[in-house]
Write a protein that binds this ligand. Structure first.
Ligand code: ADP
Ligand code: MG
Length: 349
């Protein structure tokens, strides 16, 4: 599902012409691809337009494959797994699901279960699983309590070779908080395999970048969760990921109260102590899982969970507009807004 294939072709032709005209300055190539319910912008430097086109076509097909495989309810590998898990019996997993289950299980345990991809039924109950946003009302408290009683966890899954079963019929896998990070990691891996050293893969503001943006570092903006615009920016080079979880992404309002899509697995209700969490980490998968987990942890407990998950650089904006940074994030971040916040520095335990 390419949005701009024809414009890409035009761009490649133009670039080829410029190169032939003796312009030796390398130019980036870009394409936008729809995946994980968002627009994924890929920008890369390549030695020739043909090499760039090869890489972009391969990524497009990888993203399409991941989208179909990890979709929690459409017919695909994960959709099939979610039909079979409640039976309690053994079945063969689609092979590409085992690594994503493995890494998310480790991260879920490290997060004390605050990042919990086994709560798919709870996400469904709130109505956040569909493409369209729910209109409300919020679910009945009894229905939420019934799901909490069943306490689905990643550790309920038993894996033997390529066979899998769930000891708990309430487990439904939803990688909505993780697939983007895990997928961006796979895309960067593919680019590195193809010999590309400078690229950025940006899935709606969540991204991983390698190398540099020509003669500069890559510069990324972080959306201000307190209103419009950008709160801060980060310069990244080498190989780093920046992921943000925010309450402004997907929500509905009911009786004057906002209900958004990040659910606290302990209460069954949307976590409501912070507005956004931004994590900078080498791995997109870790950054994505951690952004969600720290969002659920809230303004007091997030440093403990960050330390457990091996995450050093974090920014948290709380519901009173306060901004907290780890020392590692304070070294890197630059505030952009006119009324730049006065951040609190929170060392990790
Ligand atoms: P976004 O997708 O907006 O970047 P997240 O990465 O935080 O934000 O993912 C939120 C999605 O993850 C929800 O839409 C839901 O599908 C799922 N989810 C909600 N709460 C949790 C949780 N506590 N642990 C794991 N997944 C969750
Ligand atoms: Mg996440």
């Amino acid at each position: 599902m390419t949005l701009r294939r024809s414009s890409l072709r035009a761009l490649l032709t133009l670039l080829a012409a410029l190169l032939l005209a003796g312009c030796s300055k390398p130019e980036p190539y870009s394409e936008t691809i729809i995946a994980f319910g968002t627009l994924v912008d890929v920008t890369l430097y390549a030695e020739s337009p043909a090499k760039a086109d090869e890489a972009l076509r391969m990524i497009e097909s990888d993203l399409q494959y991941m989208h179909e495989t990890w979709h929690p309810w459409k017919a695909g590998s994960l959709g099939r797994m979610n039909l079979l898990l409640p039976t309690g019996g053994w079945f063969s997993s689609g092979p590409s699901l085992l690594p994503i289950i493995g890494q998310s299980t480790t991260l879920s345990e490290q997060s004390d279960g605050l990042f919990n991809p086994a709560i798919g039924q709870l996400v469904d109950l709130w109505g956040f699983h569909g493409e369209d946003l729910p209109a409300g009302p919020p679910p009945e408290p009894e229905a939420i309590a019934a799901l909490l009683d069943q306490a689905p966890r990643m550790s309920d899954l038993e894996i033997d070779g390529i066979r899998i079963r769930s000891r708990n019929p309430a487990v439904k896998l939803d990688f909505g908080a993780f697939a983007k990070g895990y997928g961006v990691d796979r895309v960067i891996e593919r680019l590195v395999e193809l010999g590309i050293t400078d690229a950025i893969v940006n899935a709606g503001g969540d991204l991983r970048a390698i190398g540099r943006h020509g003669s500069r570092d890559w510069r990324v903006g972080i959306r201000d969760p307190r209103g419009q615009g950008v709160i801060a920016s980060l310069e990244i080079s080498g190989d780093e990921s920046v992921f943000t979880s925010g309450n402004y992404e997907r929500f509905f309002e009911w009786d004057g109260k906002r209900y958004h899509h990040i659910i606290d697995p302990r209460t069954g209700y949307p976590a409501d102590d912070v507005l956004s969490v931004t994590v900078l980490h080498d791995s997109g998968a870790v950054a994505d899982a951690a952004a969600t987990a720290l969002f659920v942890a809230g303004r007091e407990d997030w440093p403990r969970i960050a330390a457990r998950m091996g995450v050093q650089a974090v920014m948290v904006v709380d519901t009173d507009g306060g901004v907290a940074l780890t020392p590692a994030m304070a070294e890197r971040i630059r505030f952009e807004s006119e009324d730049a916040p006065d951040p609190q520095i929170r060392p990790l335990p």
